[in-house]
Design a protein around this ligand. Sequence first.
Ligand code: ADP
Ligand code: ZN
Ligand code: ZN
Length: 696
Amino acid sequence: MQTPAHSGMGALLSYASERALAPGTLVRVPLGAREVLGVVWEGEAAPLPAGKSVRAIAGVLDGIAPLDGHWRRLVAFAARYYQRSLGEVALAVLPPQLRDLNPVQLARRLRRPATAHTGADASSLIALSAEQERARGLIDTNSGPFLLFGSTGSGKTEVYLRCVQAALDAEPVNAIAPQALVMVPEINLTPQLQERFTARFGAANVVSLHSGMTDAQRLKNWLAAHSGAARIVLGTRLAVFASMPGLKLIVVDEEHDASYKQQEGARYSARDLAIWRGREQHAKVILGSATPSLESWHASRPATDGDPGGRYLRLHMPSRIASGDNAGSLPVLRVVNMHHQPRRTVFSAPLLAALQERVERGEQCMVLLNRRGYSPVLHCADCDWKSDCPHCSAHQVFHRIDRTLRCHHCGYTVRVPRACPGCGSPDITAIGQGTEQLEEQLTHLLTGVLRPDGQPVKVARIDADTTKLKGALQSQLAQVHSGETDVLIGTQMVAKGHDFRRITLVAAVQPDGALFSSDFRAPERLFALLLQASGRAGRDAQYVAAQGSRSEMWLQTFHPEHALVAALRQHDYPAFAAQQLQERRDAAMPPFAFQALVRADARTQEAAQGFLQAASDAARTHALAGLEQVTLYPPVPLAIQRVANIERAQMLLESPSRVALQRFLAAWQPLLHATRSQPEHKGLVRWLVDVDPLAI
Ligand code: ADP
Ligand code: ZN
Ligand code: ZN
């Protein structure tokens, strides 16, 4: 069974086989003039009715056990829930080489040497803290799902390791050895986690699965998980689809992270699928975070009078390991009111003094700005020309390093003009700051500052521009770890997950944009980013104490009175979440409502919106099931309306009931396809449905 990606409803295809084939068997089948990979979805022993003929399969991928019912049900659920065809999802989540290798090549791959089983390195087990012990015990005795709400440095990873150990120690069922799946947002950013798992369980038992690996590695690791040889899979979102017949435990670390949501093809949430998969396959699920998503927070609310509580069990680990019960090592928040600073200040005097002091003591600092490049726009004061991208409704960003203007949406790049292209004035200025400019300014402002070893201060930058080359990120991170870098400037890329032991100060220089964004999730993301970032400061309490200093989180803001700032000062995620959830409840937004988006791309905005409007009208004309509980909002242009000369529009659907929304979407899909094929909509380039969208 395989259907081309855009075949609409993705009906199953029928083929004949001499041999009876179990569902889940991988086969090669003819499709048109090609031969492609297929998965047997259902088999019927009966001969074909007279007069009906189907093509025969071309071959069976012997040597690979059939994909089990759990895997097939997961794929079927994901396809249905996220409104894609079964064949598309099934093939997209299998390793690419399964599709591309012929049976001979594949047979060669399967002849790999058996790996020696190296047991857990139990000798290095540390005693759990009381909080860790309590969490571990509750996970042991309850079925979950669990939300492990633990501060950065509270020892969540150690709890995962113990739970994985417990899962693997369970008795095999039907001779299938137990397995565990551990998911992380981005594997390249968390090499320490991988090291800890391989150190504990032995390299042979742990395989990773993520898109950064070669196709050959990915196939090898996938097969190891599928055959049961690998007991632990460590991976990114795509690993949620790993075939793991013995799956007993799923860990989703940093569960709030947006990268668990796939943003193309089937737009699935790996976190949400993990919950579904855990229930279906009787595997425990642990979601872990210091700043949970509001969805998971709400789903784990304790029972109260009149509210039976959420379906998850919340486990709280508030204390950092090194500091025991005293929260003393949590960074202190320093807020600079930018109203009291000279206009156009980038680094306020108090922040600058703090940076200098830390460097002179030999400590490290991290400065965050979520905008790369030198400045987001060039401007001519004489004629008001701006460096707009000709292909997008966005500015081209000024990159000083190679004197280019680059569009971050379509990639269109030109050299910086010497004079204003509008009026010829030589006086064009850069407005606003990106990381490149921060690096330049800070290097300048800290000139003459010396480290304790007498060396001049070293400022470095890590962002998508500095890490394009393979291995660049690793070597730049190594420079921070080795202490060569004193001040690290970076985008959110550096705020996540790294264990920089000597960083004692983290500063967000311009966080205000997210406080008043049109995206209702922006404050949640900002809070998570800042709390995560502040978790980078002072992770090594002994180091901080020996230095006789306190770790600090700095915020330069025009809104020091904002509720988010107050919650951040107290490191009080629950207070922040309570306030945000109240707003969401009042506005009937997720998690109190369920959403889907339909996106349309076309040559003109009218065509894009026209398609959405027609599809919406069709739903009403047909009085579709679920419609009475679903609100269809009018089509609107996207915030960045045009990218690479394609106009983009979207339509929001909202319902208080997930079931009603699902019922409606299922009934609507054929109408969307029918609308698409009407001649008046041939100007449409593409359309897609995004269920539970992260950004609207
Ligand atoms: P988190 O994942 O919550 O950020 P980690 O699991 O990485 O926290 O733990 C933070 C640090 O504390 C790590 O260096 C870890 O080795 C150490 N650690 C964790 N649990 C214990 C424990 N029970 N006793 C001593 N050190 C611990
Ligand atoms: Zn001009
Ligand atoms: Zn562009």
